[in-house]
Ligand binder design. Structure first.
Ligand SMILES: *Cc1c(COP(=O)(O)O)cnc(C)c1O
Length: 375
């Protein structure tokens, strides 16, 4: 069907845009020999995994369920990191993952031998204590009190036996200058153990597929690790894989007036794009302007009872009408994976737009998807 015929609300993922991103990532892999894997936390649309698997080396997960998804749906290299693993899950995790990354030496002590006995690669996440993002504490693993990664002061080199790699993840939507800064801190603190390692993982947060991303600096960082320490380099971006590759289409249901013109949509910030409130950010909306930039300004809100269920203020060339379709951009990442059915909101359908422009619905949800989560 055509995109105009899709039901709303609906996520539409643009296959051509995903492939364009994958080609950029694969270019880095080809030129440097680094391996890039998908961080499923940002984008777990399994319909796209066969395509992603053509270009990337595999998947990474934040726990058992994501690890299973990567194992079942992509079946390539499968990495996992969690701040702590459960005793009752570790055996299954070890059986389906090939790189198991631990957050601390106490976790290593508990589970390392099991993983090694199964022939799996064991890594340690370190905290280079180098914050390169300002004002985004909840996305900064180097922030004070963060639970992520072992700090140098807690390092117990006598327990490194069997550990074949170090992992750091400190970035979020950042360019490669911040990676270079982080790498300096990482080397200054942990460099003396790198010669005994086989691999290093630079984590995610690299906005590699953004127009202004400096790929040459990224590649220089990769080459440095390869040349100086003989390491295999992994990157595990999430966002960069599906950046600007999806839409959320919604319809205008009605209007309200309270100091400002308000349009009520059949989508919801809190249920369908929670990062709009959590990050927070104002999602792009095709054909719209900033408030008062165009003649007709509206506050766009959802159907839930939450007063703060507001997507943002946008302006338009013409007054909105009931039934108008609005297309929010960059909705593939961190939206589809974070939806919820709070207040009984239906979940958006999920569709793919193929390279020829035609759309197919791959999943629709209903009342049961709401009810089955409750008891
Ligand atoms: C979130 C996360 C990623 C992916 O981050 P993006 O910002 O989506 O690229 C990779 N690795 C780890 C450990 C993460 O927590």
């Amino acid at each position: 069907m055509r995109i105009e015929e899709l039901p709303t609300p609906c996520f539409v993922v643009d296959e051509a845009a995903i492939e364009k991103n994958l080609k950029i990532l694969n270019g880095v892999m080809q030129r440097t020999g680094a391996k890039i894997i998908l961080a499923q936390k940002a984008f777990s649309m399994t319909t796209m995994y066969p395509l992603i698997g053509e270009y990337l080396s595999g998947t990474t997960a934040s726990g058992l369920f994501e690890a299973r998804l990567g194992y079942e749906e992509m079946g390539k290299e499968n990495h996992v990191f969690a701040p702590a693993y459960r005793e009752d899950e570790i055996d299954e995790i070890i059986s389906i993952c090939d790189h198991i990354i631990f957050n601390s030496f106490s976790q290593l002590e508990k589970f390392k031998d099991k993983a090694l006995a199964a022939g799996k690669k064991v890594g340690l996440r370190v905290n280079p204590e180098c914050s390169t993002q300002v004002g985004h504490e909840i996305y900064d693993p180097c922030s004070t009190g963060s639970r992520f990664g072992t700090k140098l002061e807690d390092f117990r080199p006598e327990l490194l036996d069997g550990v074949s790699g170090l992992h750091f993840h400190t970035l979020c939507q950042q360019n490669s200058d911040d990676l270079a800064t982080t790498l300096q801190a990482f080397e200054a603190k942990f460099g003396k153990w790198l010669p005994q390692m086989d691999w290093v993982n630079f984590g995610g947060g690299h906005h590699i597929t953004r127009d202004d991303y400096d790929i040459a600096t990224l590649e220089a960082c990769i080459k440095r690790m390869q040349d100086l320490y003989g390491l295999e380099v992994y990157l595990e971006p999430g966002e960069a894989v599906a950046l600007n590759a999806g839409y959320l289409i919604a319809s205008v249901l009605d209007f309200h007036k309270n100091g400002i013109d308000i349009a009520i949509l059949d989508t919801s910030a809190t249920c369908h794009m929670p990062d709009v409130l959590e990050m927070p950010y104002r999602p792009p909306l095709i054909g719209s302007g900033q408030p008062d930039e165009k003649p007709f300004t509206y506050r766009l809100g959802g159907q839930t009872c939450l007063t703060g269920d507001v997507i943002g203020d946008y302006s338009f060339d013409e007054p909105l009408q009931c039934g108008d379709r609005l297309v929010f951009g960059d909705m593939a990442i961190y939206s589809m994976v974070k939806t919820n059915t709070f207040n009984g909101m239906p979940l958006p359908a999920i569709a793919v737009q193929s390279k020829d422009g035609s759309c197919q619905i791959v999943r629709q949800f209903g009342y049961q998807d709401f009810k089955l989560r409750l008891a």
